[in-house]
Design a protein around this ligand. Structure first.
Ligand SMILES: Cc1cc2nc3c(=O)[nH]c(=O)nc-3n(C[C@H](O)[C@H](O)[C@H](O)COP(=O)(O)O)c2cc1C
Length: 216
């Protein structure tokens, strides 16, 4: 496959990064060429965003490039990243589900992908429903410029923090009959084993199909 790809990932607690790394390995083994990878929420970028003054994003060339800093506004830094990512034919964007959508870092990045082919993949706390995954993907892809081409997407469940479980347990302590709290705890327990190998394979299959679609 003579297509070049780049991988851009935002991962708060590691689930999406794990999927991104496994996906990149699997696609590379299948002959897909990744020319760059981008960390959408490096420490410097995060502080730039919260200060809203200076941006400094990490850009890492897949073939041994070094971290590059640029000092622009946070949004401009996101679009600089997008421009660099755009040198590839296809941009893979990995995101974690933040309140039903993606984080602001990912939103800004997506907005800079005018004219590009984009594959979206993400992890979220609630899983096992294709409709739920599709809703999130629809919300996230809406950040793409109108002339970007969404070539496909896939999602899976990802484990959540202990604080989330404690909150659910607190709900149950207050009201032992609270069926929703029980459901949330069950879901939290199920999420602990995700992302797993099946999740990665499913996302890799969707990615390969999307790439085949653009070479045909
Ligand atoms: C602030 C915050 C908001 C979240 N909002 C949602 C949500 O709306 N829906 C959902 O299914 N999961 C939600 N999650 C769970 C994460 O999307 C999930 O744990 C994901 O796998 C985290 O990925 P990461 O490890 O790459 O950061 C939220 C997590 C956090 C921390």
């Amino acid at each position: 496959m003579n297509i070049t790809c780049s991988m851009a990932v935002s991962s708060k607690s590691g689930n999406t990064k794990l999927v991104a790394d496994a996906l990149q390995r699997e696609l590379t083994d299948a002959g897909v060429r990744f020319v760059a990878s981008f960390d959408l929420d490096g420490a410097a970028a995060e502080s730039a965003r919260s200060e809203g003054v200076k941006g400094a994003e990490n850009v890492k060339g897949a073939e041994g490039g070094e971290a590059v800093e640029n000092g622009q506004s946070a949004n401009a830094a996101a679009s600089t990243l997008a421009t660099q990512a755009s040198e590839a034919d296809v941009i893979f964007v990995g995101f974690w589900c933040d309140k039903g959508s993606c984080s602001p870092a990912v939103q800004h990045f997506l907005q800079g992908l005018a004219g590009k082919r984009v594959f979206l993949f993400g992890t979220c706390g609630f899983g096992e429903s294709d409709e739920y995954f599709a809703q999130i993907l629809d919300r996230v892809r809406a950040y793409l410029p109108v002339d970007a081409r969404f070539i496909g997407g896939a999602m899976c469940q990802g484990k959540m923090g202990m604080g989330v479980k404690r909150r659910y347990e607190g709900m149950l302590e207050k009201d032992p009959e609270n069926a929703q709290a029980r459901m949330l705890i069950d879901n939290w327990n199920r999420a602990q084993s995700h992302p797993n190998e099946d999740d990665v394979s499913r996302i890799a299959v969707a990615a390969k199909e999307a790439l085949e679609g653009i070479v045909e």
